[in-house]
Design a protein around this ligand. Sequence first.
Ligand code: GDP
Length: 193
Amino acid sequence: INYNTVKFVASYGKASQIPPSTCPEVSFVGRSNVGKSSIMNKIFNRRNLVKVSSTPGKTANVNFFEADGVHFVDLPGYGFAQRSKGERDRWAQLIGDYFDLDRSFNLVVSLVDIRHDPSKLDHQMIEFLQEGEFPFIVALTKADKLSRNQQAKQTAAIKRQLNVPAKNVIVTSSESGQGIEELREIIEQYCLG
Ligand code: GDP
């Protein structure tokens, strides 16, 4: 995949507005502030293509990008940006409807902050992906904030807690670039076979 060819496609507030898939798709999910925009920008070698977390209260959308015939789907983040029950309900509806669509779910990249034990919402998200049998990997973010020794310990603990096979967990940093090339290669495997 030539990631440098990336361009913004469209933004949708409702799953029903999203046109059917016409190509392989990789979706990104995670808690607000986990580093989702940063990692997507890093994959594309772009500074500001994917906008940093929408401010609380602002409508969270599903944003589509395209590079070399592959769709990259930025799903709204969960967690602290949702202050009200209304916002949480809207997120759950949008995500639930999105994963209910009949589309090319080649790969879901589920982002988890390497520094912390997975939150209740992280557990729920990953259980949802496991139960729905979606192809997914867990990308641990912000690895530069830990030493290599701490990274190894936290990675082992998170794998155990989430009950995800070792080969489906990768350690990344948008700051240092750690794991980014590996992530690009995994995306290619799932999207282009
Ligand atoms: P999003 O809400 O998941 O899209 O998260 P952002 O990409 O906007 O990142 C949230 C904050 O974490 C920002 O202040 C980023 O600069 C910071 N951040 C993101 N990724 C990394 C990383 O790999 N290392 C470090 N040290 N900070 C990061």
